[in-house]
Design a protein around this ligand. Structure first.
Ligand code: SF4
Length: 371
């Protein structure tokens, strides 16, 4: 099992080299609300811009400001450093104000052959649905013009099926983490989700099929002591050091309600509807992100996950200056406390500088609940 798991994790680690080798147009994206299916239907390889290589953000700070979330600053730094020079362009989504400014800074200051900005409604109603659909039709037309091609209904349907397959495989993997003895660690899970965004979609789907069979077989034979089960939620998060700290206490991370976790792959696009309508409905109905208006829907979703994954404690991680998640936290904490769920709030940077103090807080929080 470990071999195939590592080969999926390596897909993520080797993402830039793999993307450079692909002989097709490549397009980066920053928000999980990017309708990748439309790009894929145009023969474009889509990949997530992760900010992982943007450690020194001095130049990005100069174009934006120091008080921007470190994910946005790191993504822009990668752009400035030419990490994605092989790509045709970037798709931006109006997911939060900082990403809007990121779009402006990137397109004004860096060379991009192509960019498209999608305005994502915060409230879901008939009018906003129509508006969002119109934008997806505009994206389709814009790609057809830029690449001089036609995106057929059949192309769109095939793309929806391929992405639905990835979603289903990831959902099956998370389903196995509901067991008392999950064999996938928190870091493995996040790396697998990230691998699904590295542009090698067919290879990812094939490898996941194999991995799932191996986990199912291995899980039948396992029976260790039940661990304290932790869930992570909040801002953009992929900090392996924090996950190591959690799991070294003897607890286990069983679920991540974040963009590198469940939020990326939840649900399915309806394969029987008109493709653009179905894609628009899928992304708009995925209304569990802190940037959406309906906090009750978001909390209900979070609490359902807590019950399904039998979660004992929640860690709410917010990037510094992430207004979206910082504003949400007090309400989420109150609601969680009313349900008797302990929650620890951590504020940090993408490339964490204060890991030692965070480590002490996580250890104290978890150990007082476990022993
Ligand atoms: S972490 Fe927060 S501020 Fe940064 S891009 Fe995401 S939602 Fe926006």
């Amino acid at each position: 099992m470990r071999d195939i798991l590592e080969s999926i994790v390596n897909m993520n680690e080797d993402r830039i080299n793999s993307l450079k080798r692909i002989n097709k147009p490549r397009m980066g994206w920053i928000s999980i609300y990017t309708p990748e299916e439309i790009l894929y239907a145009a023969g474009i390889t889509t990949f997530r811009i992760t900010g992982e290589r943007g450690i020194n953000t001095t130049d990005a700070n100069a174009l934006l400001s120091n008080n921007y979330c470190s994910y946005v600053l790191s993504c822009l730094s990668e752009g400035i450093d030419g990490v994605y020079d092989f790509a045709e362009g970037v798709i931006f989504v109006d997911a939060c104000d900082m990403r809007k400014r990121l779009y402006e800074a990137w397109t004004r200051n860096l060379k991009l052959n192509y960019s498209f900005f999608i305005e994502l409604p915060r409230d879901i109603n008939k009018l906003s649905r129509e508006y969002y659909k119109l934008q997806l039709h505009n994206l389709r037309k814009s790609l057809e013009t830029h690449f001089d091609l036609k995106i057929s209904e059949e192309n769109l349907s095939d793309a929806i099926k391929t992405f639905n397959k990835s979603r289903k495989l990831l959902q099956q993997m998370y389903e196995l983490r509901k067991s008392d003895f999950p064999l996938i660690s928190g870091n493995d899970a996040i790396n697998i989700v990230k691998a699904s965004t590295c542009g090698l979609r067919e290879e990812f789907n094939e490898k996941m099929d194999i991995l799932l069979k191996k986990i199912e077989d291995a899980q039948i034979r396992t029976g260790k002591l039940k661990k304290h089960r932790v869930m992570m939620c909040g801002s953009y998060f992929d900090n392996s050091d924090i996950i190591d700290v959690i799991e070294k206490t003897g607890a286990i991370l069983v679920c991540e309600d974040i963009s590198n976790g469940i939020k990326y792959f939840e649900g399915q696009i309806n394969e029987n509807n008109e493709p653009i309508d179905a894609i628009a409905d899928y992304y708009l109905d995925k209304a569990t992100c802190a940037r959406m208006l309906d906090i009750n829907k978001r909390f209900e979703h979070l609490y359902k996950l807590i019950q399904e994954y039998n979660v004992d404690s929640v860690i709410y991680f917010s990037l510094k200056f992430c207004d979206t998640n910082l504003m949400d936290y007090p309400i989420i904490r109150k609601k969680l406390n009313e349900k008797g769920i302990p929650v620890l709030f951590i504020e940090g940077e993408q490339h964490m500088t204060n890991i030692e103090s965070i480590k002490t807080r996580i250890q104290t929080f978890l150990e007082t609940r476990m022993y």
